[in-house]
Design a protein around this ligand. Structure first.
Ligand SMILES: Cc1cc2nc3c(=O)[nH]c(=O)nc-3n(C[C@H](O)[C@H](O)[C@H](O)COP(=O)(O)OP(=O)(O)OC[C@H]3O[C@@H](n4cnc5c(N)ncnc54)[C@H](O)[C@@H]3O)c2cc1C
Length: 374
């Protein structure tokens, strides 16, 4: 355990009751007392452990960014807008079946399916929507199961919960797809391996998803049920159109509402999140920056990620091209804005520029730049 570790009481006092919980699901991975109920984290019973994994692994308790960076990349925390990068370009799947189900370019599902096929991983910790479109953590072990998970659910999914269900002594090689907060938690799990769960040494691949914000399930889902026949919903989307809309694709057409209609359901915790591009991953993917609908922006960050991208291209499963002029600058400016806004919100909460809550041990130059300290 780290020197900052505390117990579940402090997890609730410092994170959950303060509105910082991102819904990543990491606290549920190590403990039988913490569960989710209708989109909230609930404590079932008193726990007297004073240094607990739920606190240690939470991405919103003190997080040593330098240590996390060393864990994944072997270098100090990058002061670049989108973190450590080897390459950045656009991609989309060439597989029709994946293209039809994928959210943007279907690159995530294509990479994961190939990694399974090649034996690089045996299962994927991912997110699947049930019949009522409630997102849940899921372990996918086949291409068919991955296809069932394709597409974006804009609600927080608690996906790391499913990490717990991997048997403790399993030797299966694990892939994980998740948001920046989930990968921060996963990196903390790698730093401080849980006692009763599968060894994080089994994690062989991480794919991160860009994320501007996620919706709070406990408020958004009632809205969804009230306004849509959820059993007929086939896709959610926020297309890159001027003005932005939230589109719900159903079996009988698309219902589009202004994005402002769903903004009230955004998880308030997301205003404190500073990692738009899921920096602690082998490859991160989104659509921001790609310029065209139906494409992904792909950021390779590690050799593992770059090798997988090379393999998928060699197999002819993906089409790639350079980002058009100006799009990388755009992506960087959006990511930088996120960092600045997050730190502003954090300092607004603490009232102290030296207390950045969970964002710990930043290079001074970077902290000053983000806080606009001359
Ligand atoms: C909450 C959320 C907000 C996002 N915001 C942005 C944004 O602002 N800008 C941007 O460029 N991109 C954003 N994305 C990423 C984008 O929606 C796509 O996931 C990404 O472009 C990959 O597309 P794809 O076609 O390759 O994915 P697919 O091949 O369709 O695979 C999608 C994968 O996403 C996983 N997934 C679905 N829902 C969730 C969830 N709630 N939590 C964790 N994993 C999930 C599934 O397990 C699946 O494996 C967001 C994603 C989520 C989940």
């Amino acid at each position: 355990m780290s020197k900052n570790c505390k117990g579940v009481k402090e997890l609730f006092e410092e994170v959950i009751y303060q509105g910082f919980c991102t819904g990543c699901g990491a606290c549920i991975t190590g403990c039988p007392y913490i569960v989710t109920h209708e989109g909230r984290i609930i404590l079932l019973d008193k726990c007297t452990v004073v240094e607990a994994e739920c606190y240690e692994h939470c991405p919103r308790t003190y997080t040593d960014m330098n240590a996390l960076s060393h864990e994944i990349f072997g270098v100090p925390f990058s002061d670049q807008e989108v973190g450590v990068t080897l390459d950045i370009y656009m991609a989309r799947t060439k597989e029709r079946e994946i293209g039809e189900k994928g959210q943007d370019g279907g690159t995530v599902t294509t990479l994961l399916a190939l990694a399974l096929q090649e034996g690089m991983i045996d299962l994927v910790v991912c997110t699947k929507m049930d019949e009522d479109k409630v997102p849940r953590g899921y372990l996918a072990r086949s291409r068919e199961e991955l296809l069932q998970c394709a597409g974006t659910c804009y609600e927080a999914s608690f996906a790391l919960e499913s990490y717990r269900s991997i048997p403790r002594h399993s030797t299966e090689k694990v892939g994980v797809v998740g948001l920046g907060c989930q990968l921060e938690a996963l990196t903390k799990i790698r730093q401080y391996p849980p006692e009763k769960n599968v060894s994080p040494d089994n994690i062989k691949l991480t794919l991160g998803l860009f994320c501007g914000w996620a919706l709070s399930p406990h408020v958004f889902h009632p809205y969804l049920r009230e306004n849509y026949d959820v059993s007929r919903v086939v896709k959610f989307d926020i297309p890159h159109t001027p003005g932005y809309s939230f589109d719900v694709h159903t079996k009988s057409g698309i219902k589009s509402v202004p994005l402002d209609e769903i903004r009230p359901y955004i998880n308030p915790a997301c205003q404190y999140c500073w990692d738009m591009t899921a920096e602690f991953s082998d490859v991160s993917l989104g659509s921001a920056g790609s310029a065209f609908p139906g494409w992904n922006t792909v950021v390779t960050r590690t050799k593992v990620g770059a090798d997988l991208m090379e393999l998928v291209k060699r197999k002819g499963l993906l089409e790639t091209q350079a980002l058009p002029d100006g799009r990388l600058a755009h992506l960087k400016s959006v990511a930088l804005k996120r960092k600045k806004e997050a730190l502003k919100s954090i300092v607004g909460k603490t009232g102290n520029k030296n207390d950045l809550l969970y964002v710990g041990n930043l290079p001074q130059r970077m902290a000053d730049r983000l806080l606009e300290i001359p």
